[in-house]
Design a binder for this molecule. Sequence first.
Ligand code: HXC
Length: 520
Amino acid sequence: MVVRRRVDDALDDLKSRREEGRSGGGTRRIEAQHRRGKLTARERIDLLFDQGSFEELDPFALHRATEFGLADQRTLGDAVVTGYGKVNGRLTFVYSQDFTVLGGSLSEVVGKKICKAMDLAANSGAPMVGLIDSGGARIQEGVLSLAGYADIFLRNVRSSGVIPQISVILGPAAGGATYSPALTDFIFMVKGTGQMYITGPDVIKAVTGEVVTHEQLGGADSHASRSGVAHYSLDSEETCLGEVRRLLGFLPQNNMEDPPRYDAFDDPTRSDDELLYIIPDNANAHYDMTQIIGHVVDDGDFMQVHEAFARNVIVGFARMDGRSVGVVAQQPSHLAGVLDINASDKAARFVRFCDAFNIPLVTFIDVPGFLPGADQEYGGIIRHGAKLIYAYAEASVPKISVLTRKAYGGAYIVMSSKGLLGDINYAWPTAEIAVMGPEGAVNIIYRDEISSADDPDAIRNQLVQDYADRLVNPYIAASHGLIDDVIDPADTRSKIISALEMLENKREELRNASMGVFHS
Ligand code: HXC
């Protein structure tokens, strides 16, 4: 007779407990999850991590609540799966809310599991990704559940600027629960299933009478294009988690590291004549700045952030000779690339992120100024525009800019100018730097001459031409050291790469703003 050893029995018991935990809320609820068009917490984890690399934490955690029938509703691991694994070979932590267990609601124990993973991520200096699909605070647990959210918010804040934090909204995120994602660096949402709002459609209807659907109010497209709460709106969970992996590839593990450098296949000295033909001859005609970015960065690979929001400014990640860079640029084909409230917020936030995580900034400038209008003034354009000045002035990462066409007025100063400690400021020969465009300038400084002339239009045109010839070019700024060099557009890539190499060991203590600029 074969005698079973105690350890074999114990292993069988462990295995069956694990299997029980892995089935979450059970077959019926998993099927319901799939019918809703959603994957389970574990299927999502499989998509996020390199195959077989995930290590789970606390799979045997159980909630302690007994009220409202909860004593009979205990699921191993409760309503969240937590742990760590590798994303493209690099350590990353995750919590993945399990909607099949009490609607993914946040109990005291769920909060503690999430916080443990967050603490490990912060202490090991690795990114934290939250996969969110939850009915919010577990109603039956009352204040303990609210306290769990407070513990998460605190960690979100303490880890801000220390490790990258990403939130992926794959189901509901309602009420105060939305504030954890809002405190993280990037929010990804899936169309049709990911929804975020402080108060849902029913409450809104009761309070204000407005009728709005869940998707209109808090869906991925609404947040990616209107509110700006979400940075990405994607069609499926598979694509979404693939993009999270892609984004992590541009980022360092924490604020003490540089971003990873990859072997580049794109020639760093590549000259590109097509850059000569993107800007139209007519100074007021539009062009698409993403074309310029695409020709300059490695392999044309540019991952925009906030693509659908405040489209007059472009921000995103790319690589130059294998190094990650944060790109900020105007988009002349949308509102002429003007700076307004949303564009200022979008760019300022991105600049601050790059500065916190040692990602050099490459800025492409073509800006006619700040958007005029009572709406903008009442909305606080002064307050919002100031954030962008603050962000650029404070950023100590390498700052390289390329002025492709216009830089007028305050917007010239804001966009990584020498005065705000831009390290290298290049201009294309087509660049114009002035307090304002020639028409506006002439109308102000020659008002009397124009109004008293026999032929005001003729004299105005002549004065505009004269003003443009004398002042609107890059050479005056270059003669004062405010532009470091005027470059052939075809050489933009090699010039930026060379500047990035030169600045590789940049360490900025508090520099005097006038350093590097000639004064007469
Ligand atoms: C406990 C919950 C729950 C919750 C859902 N469930 N939310 N259990 N606490 N907060 C349970 C449901 O009872 C149900 O259990 C299961 O999860 C699935 O929910 P359904 O309603 O069947 O799913 P669906 O139709 O897809 O609707 C999802 C939902 C809805 C929109 C999230 O469940 C909902 O409105 N829930 C309440 C949301 C809410 O008000 N939460 C509090 C927000 S305030 P069974 O057993 O039937 O399957 C908040 C404060 C945070 O979170 C403050 C932080 C500072």
